[in-house]
Design a binder for this molecule. Structure first.
Ligand code: ATP
Ligand code: MG
Length: 484
């Protein structure tokens, strides 16, 4: 960054060639074009930039004429997607200003100047424009200085800006965490005052913000603690707020701080694992006098996890609360089921002395698709419990053994057996619920010893099971005992 030369400062933010190309085409048509928002901020902060967005004096109809390949992303908001020579798409948005911004339906009109466009942006560091052709920086709100000083500040009056759009409360907290910023005092006061007025926000926007905190730039811990300190946690995630101040036996930290560290300890690239780590002990906060948080409803509606599966009581309670929370956020069914399943099944797990058969039965219970994520979750949690070096070593050993046990692709379900219903039919057994019982019995034997999974042996076993003396009206439940 070159020092101030009068009013105009320049910098080389080294954008992709595409950005320069787009700006040049717009200038040739007589229009101004500036890079603005996240990418400019990221580069100024010394980080890898995300998407480069441009703002221009050209109305959308002109932008669509100037470029051969465009996509009408949000024409009513002035946004046109321009496909550049590399094939990448860039958002080009006409200068805007907000009118009637309050509440959900901000009405936007096109503006005449870049300055007006910058005025409507949320934080000073997000309101810096950079000209890709002249390299000039436009920073009417002091965003560069704030960023250098590590300060997050709204553009204009904080209270008013949060009233206009409460999503900015969550964005502020996310940016403060991602960029390790101190939140300027009046901005913080307005955040706290807004924390119980977030009802207008859609579940999708709330969820997206939490997702970006968990797997976006930087360590999620600071943003999560700011959720708690501002009152946002209490109003959006009461079941997590209930974990604050709940002691963990023999530890100094409370359940809430522990869960935050677990989230941060899980691998960043795995949203579902991070979310599961964050929520895996939320049931500890659900003491009756603090409220139910949908626990009974979540339990009643819980169909994904087999109620007979031996999850620990705490894992089951945490899973029920997590499912309720994820549904409230309108998470996809796939995410909700996967995360909830990781939580309910993370405990208990096989011990180091378990037999191969016990490991196969465990994998059958949790599902082989979940094995890797369960270990990611367990190892993240063990890493947080610093004293648990032994636990971690045991987990790594168990993971290795599980992989070895699965390497030979043992049968874990009735569908994996070497014979099926058709074979039972050929033996003259009339179709009916008996089929399921017979196949389950075979599977139990094969889980004990995978080498038994051959048609010859299984057919022999079936003959024994259905032989006259075995098929009395009340067959003993442990059929296989009589075979050994
Ligand atoms: P990220 O992409 O990492 O979430 P970003 O700052 O790029 O961060 P976007 O949602 O992509 O966020 O928005 C781009 C720019 O639009 C922002 O930098 C900001 O200038 C402006 N902006 C986005 N959302 C708002 C909002 N709710 N209120 C005011 N300005 C906003
Ligand atoms: Mg962005």
């Amino acid at each position: 960054l070159t020092p101030d030369r009068g009013k105009s400062r320049t910098a080389d933010l080294q954008p992709p060639q595409d950005v320069i190309w787009i700006a040049r085409k717009l200038r040739e048509a007589g229009h101004a074009a500036w890079a603005v928002g996240g990418a400019v901020r990221d580069v100024l902060a010394g980080l890898e930039p995300g998407d480069w967005d441009l703002t221009t004096s050209a109305p959308p109809s002109d932008v669509r004429r100037i470029f051969r390949r465009t996509v009408p992303i949000g024409i009513e908001h002035g946004t046109v997607g321009v496909i550049a020579r590399s094939g990448r798409m860039y958002e080009v948005t006409t200068f805007r200003r907000d009118v009637e911004t309050f509440g959900r339906r901000a009405r936007v009109v096109f503006a005449d100047s870049l300055e007006e466009d910058l005025d409507r942006r949320d934080f000073t560091m997000n309101a810096v424009a950079w000209n890709p052709l002249t390299r000039e920086l436009r920073d009417p709100h002091g965003g560069v200085t704030d960023l250098a000083a590590g300060v997050l500040r709204t553009v204009g009056d904080a209270e008013r800006r949060f009233e206009e759009d409460r999503l900015r409360v969550l964005r502020a907290i996310r940016f403060a965490g991602a960029f390790q910023l101190r939140i300027e005092e009046s901005t913080w006061t307005a955040i706290v005052a807004s924390s119980d007025r977030l009802d207008d926000l859609s579940a999708e926007r709330i969820r997206e913000e939490l997702r970006k905190v968990l797997v976006g730039q930087g360590d999620p811990s600071r943003s999560l603690h700011l959720y708690a300190e501002s009152g946002v946690l209490r109003s959006l995630y009461p079941e997590l707020d209930a974990c604050r101040g709940v002691p963990i036996a023999g530890e100094e930290e409370d359940v809430w701080s522990f869960l935050v560290r677990c989230a941060a300890s899980a691998p960043r690239g795995h949203y579902r694992v991070r979310m599961a780590a964050f929520l895996h002990g939320v049931g500890r906060g659900a003491v009756p006098e603090r409220g139910d948080y949908g626990l009974s409803a979540a339990r009643a509606g819980d169909t994904q996890d087999d109620p007979s599966s031996p999850a620990s009581a705490l894992a089951a309670r945490s899973g029920a609360l997590a499912r309720n929370l994820l549904r409230r956020l309108r998470s996809s069914n796939a995410d909700t089921d996967h995360i909830t399943h990781l939580i309910t099944q993370h405990d208990p797990i096989p011990s180091p002395s378990s037999t191969d058969a016990e490991i196969r039965r465990w994998v059958r219970r949790i599902g082989s698709d979940y094995v890797n994520d369960i270990f990611r979750l367990l190892i993240a949690v063990a890493r947080v419990r610093e004293g648990d070096e032994d636990v971690r070593r045991d987990l790594l050993a168990l993971h290795r053994r599980t992989r070895d046990v699965l390497a030979s692709r043992p049968a874990l379900a009735v569908a994996d057996l070497a014979i099926g219903g058709a074979d039972l039919g050929r033996l003259g057994i009339p179709p009916g619920p008996r089929y399921r019982e017979i196949l389950d019995t075979l599977l139990e034997r094969v889980l004990d010893d995978p080498t038994l999974n051959s048609p010859a042996f299984l057919l022999e076993l079936v003959r024994e099971i259905v032989s006259p003396e075995a098929s009395t009206s009340h067959p003993p439940p442990e059929t296989d005992e009589r075979l050994s």
